[in-house]
Design a protein around this ligand. Structure first.
Ligand SMILES: Nc1ncnc2c1ncn2[C@@H]1O[C@H](COP(=O)(O)OP(=O)(O)O)[C@@H](O)[C@H]1O
Ligand SMILES: [Mg+2]
Length: 285
């Protein structure tokens, strides 16, 4: 019997992101039927597929609980539900820090908690977020604005995450390292996402993420070692993972460990669709 994989997406991206066509072709070459399906479409036949892979479900943010509940009802989902739950709330950064991984200094303020901000530039963002939505940068002297943004997030029910602004991102960008089946595949650089003043930045065509500047990047030995350690530290090997690193004066720090709906940037390299599809197909056996 032919094996089949559902690739979960959102209404704004019925055919996945620009990497989608290449991914579908890679599955076809492996003899596996792969079909994009919209996660919150009640008519989408997820249960007809051997496996669902979470892909471009970028609209889950305001309804994370419903998204996780949907995922938990699937016959089989990649990455596993426990990973989806863990990776959709940046409070996991505190765990990474406690385990000895370098992270940006991070303060968390749940709804109702009194907010305070550090000296100097800072970033205020929701712990449940994607596509840089809700993330804003504040300059020295803008503490009142930063606190107001954190309170606005809290009012929406979000936990506010506040970090010093790591300004190395303005010159060196953010590195993203992609892993499939636990093995390093490729890496890219993303330009800085947060502008002074912030509001009025351009959303991409989906309206779900801010436009990004992506370039190919060869991960440094230090970045690679850190990302590999982090993947090895997880309780099980994720089928796909993206480790996002920001430059700091003390070396790279982990800003995000994306195990849910990361862009995979296949267009910045060659052969990575194959590695991704193979890692998924390996889960079918
Ligand atoms: N501490 C920080 N210093 C500098 N830039 C940051 C910091 N935190 C986030 N950013 C910028 O904001 C963007 C979005 O933040 P991120 O934590 O990656 O959340 P998201 O899940 O929305 O991608 C990052 O890609 C980066 O450009
Ligand atoms: Mg990010």
């Amino acid at each position: 019997m032919e094996r089949s994989v559902a690739l979960a997406t959102c209404r704004e991206l019925p055919l996945l992101d620009p990497d989608g066509a290449g991914v579908l072709a890679a599955f076809e070459r492996l003899g596996v039927t792969a079909v994009p399906l919209i996660w919150d479409d009640p008519a989408a036949p997820f249960s007809d597929f051997d496996l669902t892979v979470i892909r471009t479900c970028w609209d889950y943010v305001p309804r994370r609980a419903a998204f996780l509940e949907w995922a938990s009802r699937l016959p089989r989902v990649i990455n596993p539900v426990a990973m989806l739950e863990w990776s959709t709330d940046k409070r996991y950064l505190a765990e990474l820090g406690a385990a000895g991984f370098p992270i940006p200094t991070s303060w968390f303020f749940a709804p109702g908690e009194e907010v305070s901000v550090p000296e100097g530039r800072c970033v205020v963002k929701p712990t449940v977020g994607a596509g840089s939505r809700g993330a804003r940068r504040f300059e020295e002297g803008e503490a009142a604005l930063a606190i107001a943004h954190a309170r606005a997030l809290q009012k929406e029910g979000a936990t506010a995450l506040i970090q010093p602004y790591l300004d190395g991102v303005d010159t060196s960008g953010e590195s993203a390292l992609l892993f499939f089946g636990g093995a390093f595949s490729h890496s890219i650089t993303k330009g800085p996402m947060l502008e002074i003043g912030g509001v009025g930045r351009a959303l991409d065509a989906t309206g779900l993420a801010f436009a990004e500047q992506i370039t190919p990047h060869e991960a440094t030995t230090e970045e690679r070692a850190l990302a590999e350690q982090l993947i090895g530290w997880l309780p099980e090997i994720p089928t796909y993972a993206r480790v996002d690193l920001l430059p700091s004066p003390d070396g790279p720090v982990v800003v995000e460990l994306e195990l849910v709906e990361p862009s995979l940037f296949f267009q910045m390299t060659s052969g990575a669709e194959e590695r991704f599809a193979q890692a998924v197909v390996d889960c079918l056996t």
